[in-house]
Design a protein around this ligand. Structure first.
Ligand code: ZN
Ligand code: ZN
Length: 135
C-alpha cells in the first residue's frame, strides 16, 4: 500500500536495519504495488532489474521486515503467504475467486460502539468473499 514514508533508507535505519540497495528495492516495490505479493511475486518482479537478487535474499528480507514490524502478513489461503507494508494501518478484502486483495483505509472502518471507552492499539480486520468483478 502507498505509504507516507518519503525516505525508505532513513525509515529502515530508524528501525535498526542496514539500508542495503536490495532491501530498499524490496521496500520500494512493496509501496508501489497494490498486489500484496508473495516472496515469489517480489522475486519475479525485481529479479530482472536486480540480477544479483536471490529468492533467499527476498525471503530473508521479508522475515527481517516482519520482525521489525515494517511488513505484515496478509491472511489468505494459498500456497504462499502474501505481504504488505504495515503503515499506514489498513484492512483487507480478499476475493476468493480472483485472489485479488483490496486495501480498505482505516478511515473507512468504523470503531465498534462497544469499544468507545477503550484504547485500541491494534486491529486486524480481514474480509473475504467475492469482488464486484467476479460476481
Ligand atoms: Zn474477484
Ligand atoms: Zn494492503
Amino acid at each position: 500500500m502507498e505509504t507516507t514514508v518519503t525516505r525508505p533508507d532513513d525509515y529502515l535505519r530508524q528501525r535498526g536495519i542496514k539500508a542495503s540497495f536490495q532491501r530498499v528495492s524490496i521496500f520500494d516495490y512493496l509501496r508501489r504495488t497494490s498486489e500484496h505479493p508473495s516472496v515469489s511475486g517480489i522475486f519475479s518482479e525485481l529479479h530482472s532489474k536486480i540480477p544479483s537478487l536471490s529468492r533467499a535474499t527476498v525471503y530473508n528480507t521479508i522475515n527481517l521486515f516482519l520482525e521489525k514490524n515494517i511488513v505484515i502478513p496478509v491472511q489468505v489461503d494459498g500456497p504462499e503467504a502474501r505481504y504488505d507494508l504495515a503503515e499506514p494501518h489498513h484492512a483487507h478484502f480478499h476475493c476468493q475467486m480472483c485472489q485479488k486483495i483490496y486495501d480498505i483505509s482505516s478511515e473507512e472502518i468504523p470503531i465498534p460502539e462497544m469499544l468507545r471507552d477503550f484504547v485500541v492499539r491494534e486491529a486486524q480486520l480481514h474480509y473475504m468473499g467475492v469482488c464486484p468483478q467476479c460476481r
